[in-house]
Design a protein around this ligand. Sequence first.
Ligand SMILES: [Zn+2]
Length: 127
Amino acid sequence: MKSDSSYPADHISYQLVIRVHKDIRIVAGALGSCNFSAGDYVYTGSAKRNLDARLRRHLSDTKKLRWHIDYLLQHPHAEIVRIETSTLSECRWNQQLQGSIPKPGFGASDCKKHCGSHLKQISALAT
Ligand SMILES: [Zn+2]
């Protein structure tokens, strides 16, 4: 998917809806190995400045792997299928989202609100 829209200036948070097409296992840097069953996941993050650039980075295939989510998104069976943006703080938005946590700590290195993870599984795919 391409990012070619710009987002309202007061939107500071984003959610990536990620489809994992098959059961996969990745090693996400220091967090170690993580298993993801086929399904849809939502990653919640924020960029107080330049949301466009951040989202373009997430969509890019050529980047240095830095965040946990980078390791998931570079997997050939994982893809971003939708992006939402919001004025809500990332932690509040993440906590409002119903879902299960596949890997405690994933995407939550900078989280100070005890989210547990900034990646949640919202549905499973039949395999
Ligand atoms: Zn949080």
